[in-house]
Design a protein around this ligand. Structure first.
Ligand SMILES: Nc1ncnc2c1ncn2[C@@H]1O[C@H](COP(=O)(O)OP(=O)(O)OP(=O)(O)O)[C@@H](O)[C@H]1O
Length: 409
């Protein structure tokens, strides 16, 4: 894993690379005193969401003042850009049926001024009740206007063979991964889930995953509760498991009752994995060494279909598959390669080249981490307004172009 000192040293660099992500820095980076106050803040805010007794208009005005005052001078989040006085005025007294306020949506971005986006939806209804804020952020991030609709599901069935290995000689690409997110119909997102919900959801998902018949996908569910720290650390270091202690998620109230109801399912060779109740209810992942995108996608499609045959997912007619973070809505697909491009990545305009190709660049251990040994995580940036297959193609075509640039440099 990247060391804390390296992470700190390259902080401004990481932030510019991950300008639009939700972020995954760890508590390792913070002094003890701050950790304590963060813990207190978390306990307090969890209580507040549950009780609903907070003075929302006051909190919203304080949030606005923080984002636009000296503390927020360097803040470049989409939250800061679109949380206007008018939005506050129109929404300060609104609540979803489950009790989420506008402040619950923005809490994380108010604490984490380095966030690229800074908002999360505590439940599906938040996307419509607080559309004044979410629609603007969604349009800015995905280029998806309020009049647009997510196209019908097209995972790319029958077309995986079109995606020939991107780097057959293995000169540049180390590994390929495609993930998507799914929410279980009938359950809100993390901040509004109760302890009993986590137990019900975990049991339901475990049962459905362990009944999958496909030989390649068959595997075991490992709950986080009871997992040794060594096993957990190894799974994280090997890129299979989510990290713990993400301050963006913590301040979004997404880590209540942790580690209850959280866990990972994987097949024997860890090429098909499912994360349970981390940021989203489910993250379905297919990955393998090398650059055979078609094979990775084919496995993902089989996995998604096997699970959805047993567990119903929630899908919105306009926004597609619903996720906690607005950057993941729609197709929810992030297709990525771990790739080394020594010449192109040394160029000053590397970030701009990737932007133009609609590619997102991250470090080797995911969001807010840095490149190690010149290896980057390069993926499609857009997820909403395009089909699942188009999202994979966005990465595929862009990375193909980057390899051409590398070879001609
Ligand atoms: N192509 C890849 N090969 C191997 N590991 C990968 C690849 N892409 C991502 N990973 C690993 O997957 C893990 C999760 O990454 P990360 O959290 O950035 O993305 P994510 O799962 O798409 O979720 P989010 O976008 O919500 O952060 C990290 O360990 C990362 O290194």
């Amino acid at each position: 894993m990247a060391s804390a000192s390296n992470i700190l040293r390259s902080r401004s660099w990481q932030l510019s690379l991950a300008a639009f992500g939700a972020g995954t820095a760890t508590y390792m980076l913070f002094p003890k005193a701050e950790m304590k106050s963060e813990k207190k803040a978390k306990a307090k805010s969890a209580e507040k969401v549950a009780s609903g007794g907070e003075d929302v208009p006051k909190l919203l005005n304080e949030a606005y003042a923080k984002l636009n005052g000296p503390d927020g001078a360097k803040c470049k989040s989409l939250l800061k850009k679109y949380l206007t006085k008018d939005v506050i005025e129109k929404n300060k007294n609104k609540k979803t049926k489950l009790g989420a306020s506008l402040y619950d949506c923005i809490r994380s971005g108010v604490y984490n001024l380095d966030a690229g986006v800074g908002v999360y939806a505590p439940d599906a209804e938040s996307y419509t009740v607080f559309a004044d804020l979410f629609d603007k952020i969604i349009e800015d991030y995905h280029g998806f206007s309020p009049k647009q609709k997510q196209p019908p599901v097209d995972l790319g069935e029958g077309r995986c063979k079109e995606l020939k290995p991107l780097d057959p000689q293995g000169k540049y690409i180390k590994s390929t991964r495609i993930r998507c997110g799914r929410s279980l119909a009938g359950f809100p997102f993390n901040p509004l889930l109760k302890a009993a919900d986590y137990e019900t959801m975990e049991a339901k998902v475990k049962q459905s995953l362990e009944s999958v018949k496909d030989k390649e996908l068959k595997g075991t569910y490992y709950p986080l509760q009871g997992m040794t720290k060594e096993t957990q650390a190894k799974l994280i270091a090997d890129h299979f498991l989510f990290k713990e202690g993400d301050r963006h998620l913590q301040h979004a109230n997404a880590c209540n009752f942790w580690p209850k109801g959280r866990g990972i399912f994987h097949n024997n060779n860890k090429s098909f994995l499912v994360w349970v109740n981390e940021e989203d209810h489910l993250r379905i992942i297919s990955m393998q060494d090398g650059s055979d995108v078609g094979n990775v996608l084919d496995r993902l499609i089989r996995g998604v279909k096997a699970i959805e045959a047993i567990v119903p997912f929630s899908r919105d007619p306009r926004l597609g598959f619903l996720t906690f973070c607005p950057t993941n809505l729609g197709s929810t697909v992030r297709a990525s390669v771990h790739i080394k491009l020594p010449k192109v990545s040394a160029r000053k305009d590397f970030k701009q080249i990737c932007d133009k190709l609609n590619l997102q660049v991250r470090g080797i251990h995911g969001e807010h981490s840095e490149s190690e040994g010149g290896v980057f995580d390069i993926s499609n940036k857009q997820r909403l307004g395009i089909s699942e297959y188009q999202a994979v193609r966005q990465m595929y075509d862009g990375v193909k172009k980057l390899i051409e640039l590398e070879e001609s440099a």
